[in-house]
Design a protein around this ligand. Structure first.
Ligand code: CTP
Length: 397
């Protein structure tokens, strides 16, 4: 629900602007107030009348409009909302944002605002992939701008690939997660998720069966309680949750670097199934079959990310939580693992094939802490996540 929340919605000039009309409706259905701003290019795709009719209030369009300025100055307009949403965010608008240009109402508001900003990019696939756009995205991410989408698919221009604006309901879910009020509001929580891929050569890698489902559920549950979630994920099967800051990595070494870069945090939860070893002899060329026999792979041990963070002499998160994937003597092994790694809590789970937990929808965990071992009944991964998020909220309270 978004009751009492105020969204400043900037509609840029792209064919996806028609979806923003539905977005306004969906936001208002959930109780949000929407103040619309339409760029000159945006008004080529949707009319000011339809935007204001759906928003239930006038649409702002020009920087130097005497009436608008008399009603609400542009600086004031940039400050009224809980969140500024740019949908569609065109390549041009994103370039202006990255450069700090302020030559129309939308770009001026984006430069003047002190509220968080979420962009929903939409553009032709080549424009999206252009190095200039990718550079701008990197700048915007570094500036703390949130992003939802773009999705891949058929495009209005007849091409195929990434560049389609996220669907209105995806944008709404992202906004809801960002504006969630709850006991974790103001807390920064790091979550690792998914498997890692350790390259053998440019086309082959070593991986594991983790789908990333438990980590994604955890990220979603923490965001729903208002946390700012930094979600460091390996190449998972399930998409990352909406409304979290996503950092994508491939290998364990990259995951460690991303985690260290994301600290400090109030809590850190290590749900990733990190490969214990990497191929130290990884080749930068594809290994070829050879009459001299099979290739010899040598291995190096990966850093233990959970242990490294648990034992940080300075800047350790107040609450560090690990998972213990075990196939036998689950509680004993996990209790020993907790002591070895130095984390505060460990969630032990039985991942032997007959449980169907690895890659499945359910999980049966035992929470091991200073207080001992607490068995949780088998339940959906979402329910485990919600229960754990509530416990974290209590602990950080
Ligand atoms: N973990 C980590 N970095 C690693 C290995 C594991 O951060 N290189 C974290 C996992 O995210 C999980 C916990 O450590 O929270 C335990 O992972 P698990 O695979 O159960 O344990 P391992 O340390 O790999 O021990 P073993 O394989 O011997 O059971």
């Amino acid at each position: 629900m978004l009751a009492g929340k105020h969204i400043l919605l900037i509609i840029g000039g792209g064919i996806a602007a028609f979806k923003s009309l539905d977005l306004i409706r969906r936001l208002r259905e959930r109780g949000a107030e929407v103040t619309p701003v339409l760029t000159a290019a945006g008004s080529e795709f949707v009319t000011p009348l339809s935007v204001s009719a759906l928003a239930g209030k006038p649409v702002f369009q020009a920087l130097f409009d005497l009436n608008d300025e008399a009603e609400m100055g542009h600086i004031q307009l940039s400050r009224v909302a809980d969140l500024v949403v740019v949908a569609p965010a065109t390549a041009d608008l994103m370039a202006k944002m990255a450069q700090g240009l302020a030559n129309d109402l939308a770009s001026t508001l984006l430069l003047a605002t002190d509220t968080p900003v979420l962009i929903a990019p939409a553009m032709n696939v080549r424009m999206w992939q252009h190095p200039a756009t990718q550079r701008n995205i990197e700048t915007l991410m570094a500036d703390g701008i949130g992003m939802v989408g773009p999705n891949a698919g058929d495009m209005a221009c007849g091409e195929f690939g990434p560049g389609r604006m996220a669907e209105p309901l995806e944008i709404v879910a992202n906004i809801e997660a960002r504006l969630a009020d709850g006991p974790l509001r103001g807390k920064r929580i790091l979550v690792t998720s998914g498997p890692t891929h350790e390259p053998i050569d440019p086309v082959r890698y070593i991986a594991n069966r983790s789908s990333g489902a438990q980590g994604a559920a955890l990220g979603r549950a923490l965001a729903a309680l208002g946390a700012h979630v930094v979600f460091v994920t390996g190449p998972a099967d399930v998409p990352p949750p909406e409304g979290v800051e996503v950092i994508r990595v491939q290998t364990a070494l990259q995951m460690l670097e991303a985690v260290q870069g994301a600290l400090p945090a109030d809590a850190a939860i290590f749900a990733a199934a990190v490969a214990d070893w990497r191929v130290s002899s990884a080749s930068d060329r594809k290994l070829k079959k050879s009459k001299d026999g099979l290739p010899e792979l040598s291995f190096a041990e990966n850093p233990d990310i959970l242990k490294t963070v648990s034992r940080m002499p300075e800047g350790r998160p107040g609450l560090v939580i690990g998972f213990a994937a075990e196939t036998n003597d689950v509680v004993d092994n996990a209790t020993a693992k907790r002591a070895r790694k130095g984390c505060d809590w460990i969630l032990a789970n039985d991942v032997s094939p007959e449980t169907g937990i690895m890659g499945g929808d359910e999980n049966a965990v035992t929470l091991i802490s200073d207080a001992g071992a607490e068995v949780w009944q088998r339940m959906g991964k979402d329910a485990v996540a919600r229960k754990l998020a509530a416990r974290i909220a209590q602990a950080l309270g």
